[in-house]
Design a protein around this ligand. Sequence first.
Ligand SMILES: *Cc1c(COP(=O)(O)O)cnc(C)c1O
Length: 405
Amino acid sequence: MTHTPMPAPGRSYLAIPGPSVMPDAVLQAMHRAAPNIYAGELVDMMPALVTDLKRVARTDGHVAIYIGNGHAAWEAALANVISPGDRVLVPATGRFGIGWGEMATGIGAEVDLIDFGLNTPMDMDRIADALRADTDHQIKAVLAVHVDTSSSILNDIPALRAVLDDLGHPALLMADCIASLGCDRFEMDAWGVDVMVTGCQKGLMVPPGVSFVYFNDRAYAVRQQMPRVSRYWDWTPRAFPDHFFEYFGGTAPTHHLYGLRVALDLIHAEGMEAIWTRHTTLAQAIWAACEAWSSAGSFAMNVTDRAHRSTAVTALRLDAPKATDLRTWTEQNLGLTLGIGLGMAAPDDPAWHGFFRLGHMGHINGQMIMGMLGGIESGLSALDIPHGAGALDAATAVIAAGYRA
Ligand SMILES: *Cc1c(COP(=O)(O)O)cnc(C)c1O
């Protein structure tokens, strides 16, 4: 018997690495009439919202809000500290590192790209060599993606800070935490990050459309020395507003702010340490299952070393076109949407159908992860895709150990 409902009945599960699952409480907070944007609740809630945004990133620095996706935050961050002709160093570990570098090229920067490929983390020695060779400090910033969502590689940001410090190199350390914030541990001040960009639709659990640029006083001093900063991207009025509209450079993203308020309440009620622990436990359950599947057939994890894997996203491989077959099967039959492979092959290349990703960021728990893993196992079996046994037992053992009474 063949089931072909589309979409499958029951609650669906979008297990892609962003946008992530939105909590019902966030959706309910957004479902309301248009508010007054000149006085009242919305205006009054901004100071606490900003404070709580900083707590997520563990910083006492500043944050500017932009109505735009992560790409907007990339450009905003660059526009405040990079002038045409400035050099930036881009140590890339996937498609997103390359993309941020392309954006820097687009605003006229000279980009030094070190491409570490798609399955190894940044090699700090090679980065140190590049910085050491820059004796007259032409490199103004290092653009580092904390978790590259295409490859699922987790990079060691404190180690990068140590490289800069050991060499006495003044380049700003700029981090992309769009995938990692609220999932993988990130501590902006303790790690010495000068500028950090993130979006609202991954670990922050809000629909796409708002992004954030965090910066410290060191980065602000660089901003103050800029010959010119585009007025719309300038973080100064957004981070230090005299009037409510200045936070947003115009009309506020009203409903996103209500959703974000509730998301931040959920985050701080749970606590950052507990959130990081939850993501670690659930990721380890996923890895245990994937490692079991990998023991036979063509199933493989993109990142072999656990220390270099993000706990928010997992990139995987299956002989083409089996990855696409599996994604199609789980979505049509189970209401489970898995992520496409990104950056591994061009969409018109048959190999494109040999990669996929799992998103496990934000509003997730053990039963969702077991449902996702059970759905994948069902699809592998239904499609006669060879795979190792014992994946679900391995995952339940991790969850049982993680939540042992
Ligand atoms: C999602 C993501 C982006 C892009 O964000 P958009 O909101 O799609 O523009 C950039 N970098 C990383 C690491 C991401 O995960």
